[in-house]
Ligand binder design. Structure first.
Ligand code: ATP
Ligand code: MG
Length: 139
């Protein structure tokens, strides 16, 4: 059975552009409850560890620099079928391919600076949530 929590980040480009409020509104209007939320900033080491699965990819160093370039908002979100439904709400990695009405279609600047992160599995949602939040910060 699909789990009911996912992990998200509002990435530096979206925070910097002042789109945090609009993105949070879309998350809540789509039925996601905010379990945890934190405005923070990743060090390059943190960003490298978070995206370690991509370390052999050509874009890895740029991704680490970008993700540590400014504040991010880390979130744990709750809804039935959270991981899949949230991936649908954010749209394709490349905003040029994202469906109308998705967060990335509306707010992403490029395939790299694509406004939001969404976990790709229940297992990664749990790992990524615990990367940012202690059990006592999960409401
Ligand atoms: P995320 O994991 O951030 O939710 P995703 O699952 O849609 O995004 P991944 O394949 O996991 O996409 O890539 C992680 C991130 O790496 C992307 O969100 C984007 O910021 C960056 N990225 C992915 N592909 C490219 C690329 N071809 N060029 C530059 N950056 C990329
Ligand atoms: Mg991913």
């Amino acid at each position: 059975m699909a789990g009911n929590r996912t992990f998200s980040m509002i990435k530096p480009d979206a925070y910097e552009a002042g789109n945090t409020g609009a993105i949070l509104k879309m998350m809540e209007e789509a039925g996601f409850r905010i379990v945890s939320m934190k405005l923070t900033r990743l060090t390059a080491d943190n960003a490298g560890a978070f995206y370690a699965v991509h370390k052999e990819r050509p874009f890895y160093q740029d991704l680490v620099s970008y993700m540590s370039s400014g504040p991010i908002v880390a979130l744990i979100l709750e809804k039935d079928n959270a991981v899949a439904d949230f991936r649908k709400l954010i749209g394709a990695t490349n905003p040029a391919e994202a469906e109308d009405g998705t967060i990335r279609k509306l707010f992403a600047k490029s395939i790299e600076a694509n406004a939001v992160h969404g976990s790709d599995s229940d297992e990664n949602a749990a790992i990524e949530g615990s990367f940012f939040f202690a059990e006592t910060e999960k409401f």
